[in-house]
Ligand binder design. Structure first.
Ligand code: PFF
Length: 475
């Protein structure tokens, strides 16, 4: 990937590609689950504030670092720091993190594939039963889908069809968004939906706790693909004629809108199907929430479209979400693969195979952690709870490490790359950036409070997740 890099042909091309990679399971599953369990509107408020005031500057920092160095994350850290030892840690974290994210992402993508096939074969009434999801993830069928998906991804990564997939995604992602809007509009017409809308949109500030703050920050980082090296990599393909800050704002807007509507679909649906839901119960929500409620929503469409119509609508929706996950998965894997090629001199095939083999073992360990194998199911216990192997991967690589990676990026940009060089890069393709409010805010915040906030949230998340207490208990 070194030498003359390809570039996105247009600003829109870049935005769609970056948004296509950012929109995924995080928006459509992670966001509604977190919003449900972390107080609804209180979560939404904290989330929106984080995106605007904290994540956007970090996103701009990552993209510009990529465009300046024209390298993968490890190469980017090495080239600006002249291979200085400490900063290599940042580079390695930006490689290991996406690799481990790819591992658990694979597990969820398999479920989406299975739900697509399930709906396509007219199975919606079974899928809408509360026990279906739990039984499915512990059945041997999961392995069949796992093998199919692994072959599909291996093929995409090796065969150069990735460009085609990305082009297809540009058409399919807007379609997904339209379907999401239609479905949301439908749910909002159902009885009791307004209880959910209120829970989602009218904040109860007393619900903002350190845990809600940790969840919101982790979710925002994950959803915007921050702290994973991916935006450094994407930035390296952006032309010098484009505005980095303008592109970042668009990507954040698209990504946040998709998450917002996914929440506006799922949260009201919870109350439609059970108006007596106690919001206190929702604090234990997990991904099974989305996998149980979506089939229920689709099944209720049968009054309008008939049973076959409902199944077809559901399968189209799951196919599109699966596609969103697939494009994300391919782009996540791209980060460690290109780092192996550029930095270790491996061929593409060797990189794909060596990383793929390690990933496969870890994916299997995650897949059997829901009850199939006792060792992985009851893997360890910390923070006052028993954790499976899958839980550990999620706790470390979804909930904890991303703010730390963001913290390192901020320090790196400000104190190693230096503000003047950074601003020079941001001015390329965007003469109006100099002296703008965006520049003032971004420069000030990345140098001062953003690293502080990220570091405090990181430490507090470690305390909450792994040791079962919050620093605020001592205030
Ligand atoms: N941001 C994606 C999501 O919300 O599902 C996840 C993701 C995509 C992470 C691409 C990393 C990445 F490279």
């Amino acid at each position: 990937m070194s030498g003359q890099r390809e570039q996105f042909r247009s600003r829109l091309g870049f935005i769609l590609a970056a948004a296509g990679s950012a929109v995924g399971i995080g928006n459509l599953v992670g966001f509604p689950v977190n919003a449900a369990k972390s107080g609804g509107a209180a979560f939404l408020l904290v989330y929106a504030a984080f995106v605007l005031f904290i994540c956007l500057p970090v996103m701009i920092a990552e993209m510009s670092l990529g465009r300046h160095t024209q390298r993968n994350p490890l190469g980017a850290y090495n080239s600006v720091s002249h291979n200085s030892g400490v900063w290599r840690i940042g580079g390695w974290l930006a490689i290991i993190t996406p690799f481990m994210i790819a591992v658990f992402y694979q597990v969820l993508t398999v479920w989406l594939l299975a739900y697509f096939i399930g709906a396509l074969s007219g199975n919606l009434d079974a899928m809408a039963q509360p026990q279906y999801f739990g039984e499915f993830i512990n059945s041997n069928t999961v392995f069949v889908y796992l093998v199919v998906l692994t072959i599909l991804i291996g093929f995409i990564l090796n065969s150069g069809v990735q460009k085609g997939i990305e082009r297809l995604a540009k058409v399919l992602m807007p379609t997904l968004f339209v379907m999401l809007l239609l479905l949301t509009a439908f749910v909002l017409t159902l009885p009791n939906a307004l209880i959910g809308v209120k829970y989602y949109l009218v904040p109860d500030l007393a619900k903002i706790s350190p845990e809600v703050i940790s969840n919101a920050l982790a979710q925002a980082f994950f959803s915007l693909s921050l702290g994973m090296g991916i935006l450094i990599t994407y930035g390296s393909y952006v032309s010098k004629r484009e505005s980095i800050s303008g592109g970042a704002k668009m990507v954040a807007l698209v990504d946040t809108s998709v998450a917002f509507f996914a929440g506006l679909l799922i949260l009201p649906a919870i109350f439609v199907f059970n108006p007596a839901t106690d919001t206190g119960e929702l604090t234990t929500s997990s991904v099974s929430l989305v996998f149980t409620f979506l089939p229920k929503i689709f099944l209720s469409l049968q009054d309008v479209f008939g049973y076959t119509g409902a199944n077809l609508f559901a399968s189209a929706f799951f196919l599109l979400v699966f596609f969103a996950a697939l494009t994300s998965q391919v782009s996540i894997l791209q980060v460690p693969i290109s780092a192996f090629q550029d930095e270790l001199g491996y061929s593409r095939l060797k990189s794909v195979w060596s990383l793929g083999a390690c990933a496969a073992l870890l994916v299997i360990a995650c897949t059997v952690s829901f009850g199939m194998v006792a060792f992985f199911t009851n893997f360890i216990s910390y923070g006052g709870a028993d954790k499976s192997f899958f839980d550990v991967v999620i706790d470390v690589f979804y909930d904890t490490i991303l703010p730390l990676n963001g913290f390192i990026v901020c320090l790196f940009v400000m104190y190693r790359w230096k503000t003047a060089n950074w601003n020079q890069e941001l001015t390329e393709g965007d003469a109006a950036f100099v002296g703008s409010w965006t520049q003032k805010y971004v420069n000030f915040s990345v140098k001062t409070f953003i690293p502080v906030v990220l570091f405090l949230v990181f430490i507090n998340t470690v305390c909450i997740k792994f040791f079962g207490f919050s620093l605020t208990d001592y205030l």
